[in-house]
Ligand binder design. Structure first.
Ligand code: C2O
Ligand code: CU
Length: 579
């Protein structure tokens, strides 16, 4: 079983245990003896089964099990010890064991809440809060069920609950020192890139665009979705003037995957101020890396990108031979882009398909009718890519794959999630059952250029209750905190930095670091075995642990976030900061 499914199974069993004990408590309070016994047996089984799942999770990585071992297990154990023997001794009237059974239920429920609302890391404060909840709920049940707890016991219970509550709240809520992310700091003048050789103007505004014959309200660059395709030849200096006509939430341009100087990175509040209606901002940078990239607004990025503020950036070597096609995939108001197109290609012509995923979730791409190679991922050429046939590739949110092939005499077609988007002639193919390429085993290996790391960071991705803002929210968290409370990762210029990224949650997190490409070292403890993979966007699936590394060679303050932009908005954003 994968760690991801183990996490899901453990959650289901935990719910069963809590519901079982609580139900048994309620049934015994109502003197429904057989029901109470049945539910208690179910709860006991579930509790025992959890011993197995939690042990397995701990073996997959302490991150997956910490709070289960440290908080949920002791609580559940106490519940079983208190309720079990009393239940066995209860002959005749089962009502007498209602409170112990409820206690076991509260204990199991509290452990579950710690996992669902807080997660990793487990802290003493959270453990004490859980204990306070269990004691208080038990005391209240005891009074209600009229069993008249002895004054000593009830006073002791109140004292324990209050002490745990006070200590726990203190430990949990003590404000940590504000993270040193200087927002709105310096806007360094661009101008170091040299004389511009390619100039573009992008004007952001609300627009109505037609998709699949339907009029859709969009936010667009120059009235079109996607925005104009920006192309350059390696060595060009790009100058892009961004204007905002009427996007009230502001606009910026972020060059996704293009490792530009920090001042050109387009992150509002970090590298520049958002461009408001009537304003403009000029970006300038040298196009010194070839490859497939894209640009998008980083202001209110979730809604902005979704509504259409994105476009393609391609930097080509000179001269270009053959057919070179960009396929930026997007979902606009539920409608898929781009529209399907068919263009005959003469047999023998080299073809490059640049696949770009501009959505917030993974897409599945299948090329039918020809063997092909994956020549590049995220703009970086792969080493020794071998031919693939009838194989699909999964591209994470924000990611790009370049597929190359020599046009055969027969037609070829590209499918995205089963929908044909590009073809050289009529093709019908059922691609649903094709195997999926694992890029970590594709192409020719090369040694990792570093053997030691100057800085190592661990990012544990999860969900949790975030109480710091004005309104409590169920945030997407990193190490138990949500933006803007996640401490920045501080590095020095020249450091070799290693990230361990752990997904404890039930959903995929496409990870994206600005300003750098990271080299994949390992996934789930297995070293990457194929071509070196220099990525800027990679899917960390539930239960996965990725190790990636990079050299800190691009000074500044860089966003480091989940590229499911709704998650990024809901807390899953932090910063890499050069000291
Ligand atoms: Cu394409 Cu910070 O994002
Ligand atoms: Cu995410």
């Amino acid at each position: 079983m994968t760690t991801g499914s183990l996490l899901a199974v453990d959650l289901v069993i935990a719910v069963l245990a809590a519901v079982g004990w609580l139900g048994a408590g309620a049934a015994s309070a109502a003197r429904r003896r057989p029901l109470a016994l049945g539910l208690a047996a179910l709860a006991l089984l579930a509790t025992l089964a959890r011993a197995g799942t939690v042990t397995a999770l701990a073996r997959a990585g302490w991150w997956f099990a910490a709070e289960k071992v440290l908080i949920a297990a002791p609580l559940s154990f106490a519940g079983v010890v208190v309720a079990g023997p009393r239940l066995l001794r209860a002959v005749g009237d089962v009502r007498a064991v209602a409170v112990p059974l409820l206690f076991a239920g509260y204990a199991a429920g509290a452990g579950l809440l710690v996992t669902v609302l807080h997660g990793y890391p487990a802290s003493a404060g959270v453990g004490l809060l859980a204990l306070a909840g269990v004691v208080a709920a038990t005391a209240v049940s005891w009074r209600i069920l009229g069993a008249r707890p002895s004054p000593t016991v009830s006073r002791a219970a109140v004292a324990v609950a209050v002490a745990a509550l006070v200590t726990g709240t203190g430990l949990t809520v003590t404000p940590e020192p504000a993270p040193a992310v200087p927002h709105d700091h310096q806007y360094r003048e661009a101008g170091t890139a040299g004389e511009p050789t390619r100039r573009f103007t992008l004007t952001a505004g609300t627009a109505t665009v037609t998709v699949a014959g339907r009029d859709v309200a969009a936010w667009a660059f120059n009235g079109q979705v996607p925005g104009p395709e920006l192309t350059a030849t390696v060595g060009d200096v790009l100058e892009v003037t961004l204007r905002n006509r009427d996007i009230g939430r502001g606009v910026t341009l972020h060059w996704h995957g293009y490792d530009v100087p920090n001042s050109q990175d387009g992150v509002p509040g970090v590298t520049q101020a958002a461009v408001l209606p009537g304003q403009e901002f000029v970006y300038r940078f040298r196009a010194d890396q070839v490859g497939t990239y894209w640009y998008h607004t980083h202001s209110a990025s979730d809604v902005g990108v979704r509504k259409g503020l994105y476009g393609v950036l391609v930097v080509r070597p000179a001269p270009v031979t053959g057919v070179d096609v960009t396929v930026p995939v997007h979902t606009l108001s539920g409608l898929p882009l781009p529209a399907a197109r068919t263009e005959p290609v003469q047999a023998g012509t080299p073809v490059r398909l640049r696949l770009i995923n501009t959505d917030s979730t993974t897409h599945r791409y299948a090329l039918a009718g020809t063997p092909f190679r994956v020549a590049a991922i995220d703009g970086y050429d792969l080493r020794g890519p071998t031919p693939l046939v009838d194989t699909t590739v999964l591209i994470p949110a924000g990611g790009r794959y370049d597929l190359v092939f020599t046009a055969p005499a027969t037609p070829v077609a590209l499918f995205v999630d089963g929908r044909q988007v590009y073809a050289t002639g009529p093709v019908s193919a059922a691609t649903g059952g094709w195997p999926v390429l694992d890029p970590l085993g594709y192409g020719a290996a090369a040694p990792v250029p570093w053997s030691r790391f100057d800085k190592t960071f661990t990012l544990v991705l999860d969900r949790g209750l975030d109480l710091r803002g004005l309104l409590p929210r169920y945030a997407h968290t990193v190490n138990g905190a949500a933006d803007p409370d996640i401490p920045p990762q501080v590095v020095r210029f020249g450091d070799v930095v290693r990230f361990t990224i752990v997904n404890r949650s039930q959903v995929v997190h496409p990870w994206h670091l600005h300003g750098h490409h990271v080299l994949v070292l390992a996934r789930d403890g297995r070293p990457a075995a194929g071509s070196p993979l220099w990525l800027d966007s990679f899917d960390v699936r539930p239960g996965e642990v990725w190790q990636v590394a990079f050299r800190a060679d691009n000074p500044g303050m860089w966003a480091n976030h989940c590229h499911n932009l709704a998650h990024a908005d809901a807390g899953m954003t932090l910063h890499l900061m050069y000291a």
